[in-house]
Design a protein around this ligand. Structure first.
Ligand code: PMP
Ligand code: G9A
Length: 400
């Protein structure tokens, strides 16, 4: 027998499975009501338009759309994206955009161009599990900064940066999900975004702004993207088609200072040569026809109702000692149980009762947050939201 362990690289030896990806297998069972995965509602997929556009691009451009494409991404898609982002005061040339296979690849590319083993990065507590997984594969040291209802706490960040400086260390970057964060659902207001930029400048570090949910605002006003406030070239940002179109296309884009995008292009060449030409052509045509903004309006209507229903159901069924965030957009909210409760233990019971969530500790680089959980409200139907929250509340009450 071959002892494979002897051959593995250090990152592979250290690697852990994603709790979400594992849970997704389980929640495919039809009897389980899943608040786990961050999946769009399948009812939101614009199937008819996609069918028609597939036919159109094949008839018009089969020789191009079925061929390899440039690593940088399809120019007509990048032009559409540059135009699209102008509404948020983001001014980028197509050369500053790289098309990726989901933002998940963007996170890996950021890791590839910036991270050496042992480097320090700063993450939110809690933060997106896929970010932790991507950056952990570069064997970095993570430092966490707690969030409050307005995202990463800037006083704590300042203290952390000061502490690190005192030890002669500088983080490579600060990773934030500023809009309807995954997992907490909270949004960073403009003054915090400005403070974050100020601190990044003072301590000479970079900011990675990961924003898959910005377009999905159901109430309140949108603060400007961090990228749009940056005057020094310290921000690399990413956005994705996954939550506003369909994740099965695996299409996203990363944008930032041209020299950094150029390094990421080289890194991507060694990974997959290019993102799928066909998917890019369909997405570009979807945008060209003005369908993306119409589609977003439609899904916002859908998710706005679901969010409200989940908030109302929590209010109605949860015991008083349980609290949760009230996100103004996105796909998630974050539930806190009393300190002495453990959502890892509770998950087995929840699943026995046919309801699932993601344990909060999965979103903490240090495994803390044992009394927290993330709930998704976009994927379940309205009936499932009410019934699932009822089931979950019963499981929690029994455990108290
Ligand atoms: N970043 C964040 C914060 C996310 O929530 C997700 C998806 N859940 C991703 C990145 C990856 O998305 P995708 O690869 O589908 O674009
Ligand atoms: O891993 C996936 O399927 C994407 C969803 C991410 C999430 O649930 O945060």
């Amino acid at each position: 027998m071959v002892e494979y362990e002897m051959f593995y690289s250090n990152p592979t030896t250290k690697a852990k499975r994603s709790e979400i990806r594992e849970l997704l297998k389980l929640t495919r069972k039809p009897e389980i009501i899943s608040f786990a995965g961050g999946l769009p509602s399948p009812l939101s997929f614009p199937v008819k338009d996609i069918k028609e556009i597939c036919q159109y691009v094949l008839e018009k451009d089969a020789d191009v759309v079925l061929q390899y494409g440039p690593t940088e991404g399809d120019m007509s898609l990048k032009e559409e994206l540059a135009k699209w982002m102008e509404k948020d005061n983001i001014r980028v040339s197509p050369e500053q955009i790289l098309i990726t296979n989901g933002s998940q690849q963007g996170l890996d590319l950021v890791g590839k161009i910036f991270l050496n083993q042992g480097d320090i990065i700063i993450v939110e507590m809690p933060t997106y599990i896929g970010g932790l997984q991507a950056f952990n594969s570069y064997m970095v040291r993570m430092e966490g900064v707690l969030q409050d209802d307005n995202g990463m706490n800037m006083d704590l960040l300042e203290r952390k940066l000061g502490e690190l400086k005192g030890r002669g260390e500088k983080p490579k970057f600060i990773y934030v999900v500023p809009d309807f964060q995954n997992p907490s659902g909270v949004t960073m207001p403009e003054d915090r975004r400005r403070k974050l930029l100020e601190l990044a400048s003072e301590y000479d570090t970079m900011i990675i702004e990961d924003s898959p949910y910005r377009e999905l605002r159901y109430t309140g006003n949108q603060p400007p993207p961090i990228y749009s406030l940056d005057t020094e070239g310290r921000v690399v940002s990413m956005a994705t088609f996954s939550k506003i179109f369909c994740p099965g296309f695996r299409l996203a884009w990363i944008y930032g200072p041209a020299p950094l995008i150029d390094k990421m292009v080289m890194a991507k060449q060694g990974i997959d040569l290019c993102s799928p030409s066909f998917n890019q052509a369909v997405a570009a045509e979807f945008m060209r026809r003005g369908l993306l903004s119409k589609h977003i309006e439609k899904i916002k209507e859908m998710y706005k109702e679901k969010r409200q229903l989940m908030l109302d159901s929590l209010e109605k069924y949860m015991p008083d000692s349980v609290s949760w965030t009230k996100p103004e957009g996105g796909l998630f909210l974050w539930v806190k149980l009393p300190e002495d409760m453990n959502t890892v233990e509770l998950l087995k019971k929840a699943i026995e009762n046919n309801v699932a969530y993601v344990i909060g500790s999965a979103f903490h680089y240090d495994g803390s947050g044992k009394n927290t959980m993330r709930l998704n409200f976009s994927f379940p139907s309205k009936e499932q939201i009410v019934e699932g929250i009822k089931r979950l509340s019963e499981v929690i009450k029994k455990e108290m």
